[in-house]
Design a binder for this molecule. Structure first.
Ligand code: BGC
Length: 367
């Protein structure tokens, strides 16, 4: 799979550069994914694990990893944690030693889970914080117990990251720069041309914005940079509604249903992620509107369902949020710490713009 993704990414990067000119603790991993999936992962990974052991990673089999996910029901984080587990096993870890827990979007629950992991003597922590603003307290817990820590997906603020560096702590962050994803969303609309998108002919783009969790930097950047891309291209915009959908499909569906009723003049619906775009699409269709002819819709993540919609023309575009690369980098960073190495405090990855032109290619790679 990794090979397949790398080659798709290479092709995508190449084509992008060609276009650039225009353009509850204690549950183990078996609770994270179902047993059948776990067994399949273990089988597939057996040979790779043996090779890893032969290559000198044999000691990893006994290492215990504690993984905290902000919410299991999040579609994107589900892809991320499943890939994290299978990659760890492929690197020579035992699936039984990778414990993945669900904070159910509650920081207090997550803090207890972290304390429990520490009490149980995990060797490394991977944390997708419920609230990025709780990172200082989380870091203090891990550092106090001398356990290396890899944050994923929700980036702590600059002061917190500076603290890691100033103190030379074994703490780092793995994620993508959400400014890029917002910019790509905006460019997808810009590339259609104002004449196409401006359905009422007022030389402006009327839009609705559906935001993820506003505390999350991904949501803030995607909201700002998608619109900035339009403005940078000289397109005037008119924000009809900007609402918080909390990354959630059903919430976004409701918001968009109401917004379309109040604002039939809506030309573009920007959603900070695909789950919300899929909800938006239901309301767009229920309102008798047709994506690609009298409204445009963009998301982020490149969930399979969204890619199928892009291929069918029922979504204008999305942006691939590479959970393979992020999961692998997070596990590699953890392995580095476990084997006495260091990590940069920020480990990034690139997003990929997805339209009908490359959606099939991305779908083949993620499936
Ligand atoms: C993803 C969202 C997800 C969120 C969770 C974002 O990077 O695009 O789909 O809900 O992370 O923090």
């Amino acid at each position: 799979m990794k090979k397949k993704i790398v080659s798709v990414l290479t092709v995508a990067m190449l084509s992008m550069s060609m276009l650039a000119g225009c353009s509850s603790a204690g549950n183990n991993a078996k609770d994270a994914v179902n047993t059948t999936e776990n067994e399949a992962v273990a089988d597939v990974a057996k040979e790779t694990a043996k090779q890893a052991a032969d290559a000198g990673n044999g000691s990893l089999i006994d290492k215990k990893v504690g993984v905290c996910i902000y919410q299991f029901s999040d579609n994107f984080m589900t892809l991320f944690r499943n890939e994290l587990l299978s990659y760890f096993v492929a690197q020579g870890f035992s699936a039984d030693n990778i414990t993945i827990v669900d904070a159910a979007n509650d920081q207090e629950t997550q803090t207890k889970q972290i304390e429990e992991f520490i009490a149980n003597g995990v060797d490394v922590l991977i944390i997708n914080p419920v609230n990025s603003s709780s990172a200082d307290a989380i870091t203090d817990l891990a550092v106090g117990a001398n356990i290396p820590l890899v944050y994923i997906n929700r980036e702590p603020d600059a002061d917190e990251e500076q603290r890691w560096e100033d103190n030379d702590w074994n703490v780092c962050y793995v994620g993508c720069d959400a400014r890029q994803s917002g910019t790509y969303q905006g460019e997808i609309i810009v590339d259609l041309g104002l004449d196409t998108v401006d359905l009422n002919g007022d030389r402006k783009v009327q839009y609705i914005m559906i935001e993820g969790d506003p505390e999350n930097i991904d949501a803030q950047y995607r909201t700002d940079f998608s619109i900035k891309a339009l403005e940078d291209a000289g397109i005037k915009v008119d924000c009809l509604e900007d609402e918080v959908g909390n990354w959630d499909q059903a919430t976004a569906q409701q918001i968009v249903a109401n917004a379309l009723e109040s604002h039939p003049e809506t030309e573009v619906v920007f959603c900070n992620n695909d789950a919300m775009a899929l909800g938006a699409l239901k309301s767009i269709q229920a309102a008798g509107r047709t994506v690609g002819s009298d409204i445009y819709l963009v998301g982020v993540d490149a969930l399979s369902e969204a890619l199928e919609d892009v291929i069918a023309g029922t979504m204008t575009g999305t942006v691939f949020n590479d959970h393979f690369s992020q999961a692998h980098s997070a596990a590699d960073a953890a392995i580095n710490y476990l084997t006495g190495g260091k990590n940069d405090r920020y480990i990034g990855c690139d997003y990929i713009k997805v339209t009908a032109d490359n959606a099939q290619e991305i779908l083949d790679a993620v499936k």
